[in-house]
Design a protein around this ligand. Structure first.
Ligand code: Z5A
Length: 209
């Protein structure tokens, strides 16, 4: 099963994905946490380039293709083999991030970008997607409180991040096959969000709920 966590920065994706990993590991060792960009040697190297604030002036198209290059390598070499081996994969970000950040945020054209994503992923989509949402201000405050220094994309201004938040909402409506469960996290503590995730997995008849 392919379980995806998506959402804007600071919405709690990594926190919830790792909690689910711990929860699931009690029942099986056939569960793996992976993240994008990364999750494979070449993809982790591309991640360093993408997130390095030194490359602040990178063009949107170069940024888009680097994300797809990292993704193609990750999907072929890591994700597909894990799913073929019947692993539960708990994935931190995937191509919905590209739709929100590069298409909605950077303003790249929709149709050719969706075609390139299709090529990079081979059309593979998650079985269930948790879209964790929060306001820009809240996400930023959470990251500051956690002591995280902003990477190249996080350092972009508020208007860029607001386009991303809207982009997530718009694209989520266009992807019925992704089984997207949207959770507004602004006013709910981590335990409440996690219980909602477990309930949704139960409703989805997942073995790992
Ligand atoms: N990117 C892209 O542009 N295009 C793509 O195709 C892909 C990615 C795949 C990857 O950064 C960057 O690449 C990302 C998008 C872009 N850049 N931005 N912006 P990353 O992987 O290093 O980081 P991230 O994915 O953005 O993670 P994050 O910002 O750190 O957010 P998070 O994982 O959602 O949050 P967290 O680390 O789980 O939680 C942050 C803090 O909030 C932490 O202290 C938690 O304890 C706290 N938290 C979590 N949930 C709650 C609730 N419910 N209440 C209160 N506090 C909470």
């Amino acid at each position: 099963m392919f379980i995806l966590f998506e959402g804007p920065e600071g919405s709690g994706k990594t926190t919830m994905a790792l909690r689910l990993l711990q929860h699931t590991k009690r029942g099986t060792d056939r569960v793996t946490y992976t993240r994008e960009p990364g999750g494979q040697q070449v993809s982790e190297a591309i991640r360093k380039v993408l997130l390095n604030p030194v490359h602040a002036g990178m063009s949107p198209l170069a940024e888009f293709f680097l994300f797809q290059a990292a993704r193609a390598e990750f999907v072929q070499k890591t994700l597909v083999p894990l799913l073929d081996a019947k692993h539960e994969v708990i994935q931190d970000r995937y191509s919905l991030s590209t739709m929100a950040y590069q298409i909605a945020g950077r303003g790249l054209p929709v149709a050719p970008c969706l075609s390139a994503i299709e090529l990079a992923t081979g059309g593979l989509i998650p079985d269930i997607t948790f879209l964790l949402m929060c306001s820009y201000e809240n996400g930023k405050a959470r990251q500051l409180a956690a002591g995280k220094s902003p990477d190249r994309l996080e350092a972009e201004d508020a208007s860029f991040h607001r386009k991303i938040i809207q982009g997530y909402r718009n694209f989520a409506n266009l992807l019925p096959d992704w089984n997207i469960v949207t959770i507004e996290t602004d006013h709910f503590p981590e335990d409440v969000v996690f219980n909602r995730i477990l309930l949704a997995l139960q409703a989805h008849h997942s073995d790992i709920s």
